[in-house]
Design a protein around this ligand. Structure first.
Ligand code: GLC
Ligand code: CA
Length: 551
């Protein structure tokens, strides 16, 4: 069995600071706002906060464009408040994960300001520069993820620089040892302040080799991470999680096998990408296919068992709201949100809850593109409608998969702006805050919030939930996701109906007519599992029983 870690039992909560809570009524969430809500988070039971970037930044990409890694953006607060957040969270048993965005900086970072001055500037090589082709065009046809060429012409120094995201996010050159040393120094500075680890932005891009057109999974990626581990967090008991859209199970093992001393785990996105069109990507959503999803999850559960670690998530600040994407945001919002929580938290790995997920916040449909703020949506809307895509079709993609779905202000109460602020927020609140809000959730013992609280508590208490093996059941069933977790003669059956219909499923012979107990459910608890299990719309439960042949 693998070496135990404190974070195996923990649940992480992601805070998107801009949208969490505005303490000083300027319409933007801030650090003091997070401190004010720490008791709420402690009540939920989470043990880590992944803090999306709060560093100094011109906010071209809401802070994922950093101009000073060792300072806090004025709109979010001060370094003293950051220290206070670390300390106040610590007092409540909560650690802070900083978002490490080192694939690129802001174009306002002093390194880039220096680097672009002249071609022989000592910091020039911290970034990626190439001459124009004879006709003045970019060195090659590589594209930015946010639309347009990956190359931006720099008039003053007469070369192109490379940017995989916006042109205001120039990519750092990880082949430069001086750059790597500077980043490690900065990471240690944060570790010294007492943080609980890092979430690493687009970590799979760090080993890129631009001239060979290699972006993700470059040949040096894992040696870079091993070097980083030795130089920074390796000697400390922290959690590190890399964002890796390109990870396969084999690659995820390389990142997260403790023997290789790289990261604790990665976010993989295979279950998410399944809902995107293979060619047109997220702007052309594909319907959710449960059997394919089950095969995917089972593959990851099995592949990483004992030799790595999974992260478990439905959504984050880049993705649509879980209940809108995978559940029913209408009639069965409460049932389906609880079902999704159970289906995910029953798995082996570390669960991540994105702010508002615990009250079942939903996607938003603003009527006009002008109501949106996310530069990815805005850029691609402009680019694709100009290329002939009907505006209505692009809006449909934005409604389903746009990033602002996750970024509308946290809904604290039924008061104006959802209680997020007393003034109009930077991005409008979802009008459904009148019904869906924290205050209402805390007043209802049957709420989604308390369901999450129970799941989080179960994970703290149950070795079986944390370390039990995984066995997929009913592989081909079109509506039901069911699996076993087994450890030392004990087992859990986690059974979830992903549909709004009543369905029946027939369990394998070895599981029929079992006595046991429901650890959690979103309908009436069960004391027995019959041969045929009838499930209500979006019903799900975790059923605990003794099982002879498991170990
Ligand atoms: C990651 C972040 C996303 C950001 C991008 C560039 O994908 O999660 O929000 O825009 O990297 O930093
Ligand atoms: Ca504020």
């Amino acid at each position: 069995m693998q070496q135990k870690k404190w974070w195996h039992h923990a649940v992480v909560y992601q805070v998107y600071p801009r949208s969490f809570y505005d303490s000083n009524d300027d319409g933007v969430g801030d650090l003091a706002g997070i401190i004010a809500k720490l008791d709420y988070l402690a009540g939920l039971g989470i043990e880590l906060i992944w803090l999306s970037p709060v560093y100094q930044s011109p906010m071209d990409d809401n802070g994922y464009d950093i101009s000073d890694y060792q300072n806090i953006a004025a709109e979010f607060g001060t370094l003293a408040e950051m220290d206070e957040l670390i300390a106040e969270a610590g007092r409540r048993g909560i650690r802070i994960l900083m978002d490490l965005v080192v694939n690129h900086t802001s174009d306002e970072h002093p390194w880039f300001i220096e680097a672009r001055k002249t071609r022989d500037n000592p910091l020039r090589d911290f970034y990626i520069w190439r001459p124009a082709r004879a006709d003045g065009s970019p060195p090659d046809a590589q594209r930015s993820y946010f639309g347009g060429s990956a190359w931006q012409w720099d008039e003053a120094s007469g070369e192109y620089y490379y940017h995989l995201f916006s042109r205001r996010q120039p990519d750092l050159n990880w082949e430069n040892p001086g750059l790597r040393r500077e980043v490690y120094r900065m990471m240690n500075w944060w570790l010294e302040r007492g943080i609980g680890g890092f979430r690493m932005d687009v970590v799979d891009l760090l080993g890129k080799q631009v001239d060979r057109g290699i972006t993700s999974n470059g040949p040096e990626l894992h040696s870079i991470l091993q070097e980083m581990n030795r130089a920074t967090f390796g000697s400390r008991d922290v959690l590190t999680v890399g964002e890796a859209w390109s990870a396969t199970p084999a690659i995820a093992k390389q990142y997260s096998d403790p023997a290789r001393a790289e990261l604790s785990m990665v976010f993989q996105f295979e279950h998410i990408s399944q809902t995107f069109d293979p060619e047109a990507g997220k702007w052309k959503p594909r319907p959710f296919d449960l059997p394919a999803f089950k095969r995917c999850m089972a593959k990851w559960q099995t592949a990483l068992d004992g030799e790595g670690w999974n992260s478990l998530f439905w959504n984050n600040h880049d993705l649509p709201r879980a209940v809108s994407k995978f559940g029913d945001p209408g009639r069965y919002r409460v049932e389906s949100a609880k079902m999704l929580a159970t289906a995910l938290h029953g798995l082996k790995g570390t669960p991540y809850v994105y702010q508002g997920e615990e009250i079942g916040m939903t996607n938003v449909r603003f009527p006009a593109i002008e109501d949106y703020r996310d530069l990815e949506s805005l850029n691609l809307y402009r680019e694709r409608t100009a290329a002939g895509m009907p505006a209505a079709e692009m809006m449909k993609g934005i409604y389903q998969n746009g990033r602002d779905n996750a970024r509308t202000p946290m809904q604290w109460s039924g008061a104006a702006y959802g209680g997020f602020s007393h003034v109009r927020p930077w991005l409008q609140a979802n009008p459904n805050y009148a019904q869906i809000n924290v205050e209402a959730a805390l007043n209802d013992p049957d709420s989604i919030f308390f369901h999450y609280q129970r799941l989080i508590r179960l994970r703290k208490e149950s070795e079986l939930l944390v370390y039990g093996d995984f066995v997929l059941l009913l592989e081909e069933h079109a509506q039901v996701f069911a699996y076993l977790r087994r450890l030392g003669g004990q087992a859990l059956a986690v059974v979830s109906n992903f549909s709004g219909q009543c369905v029946e499923c027939v369990l394998p012979v070895s599981l029929r007519d079992l006595d046991g107990e429901s650890l959690i459910s979103n309908y009436a608890p069960r004391e027995r599992l019959g041969q045929t299990v009838s499930l209500q719309p979006y019903e799900s439960f975790i059923f605990a029983f003794r099982c002879e042949d498991a170990d």
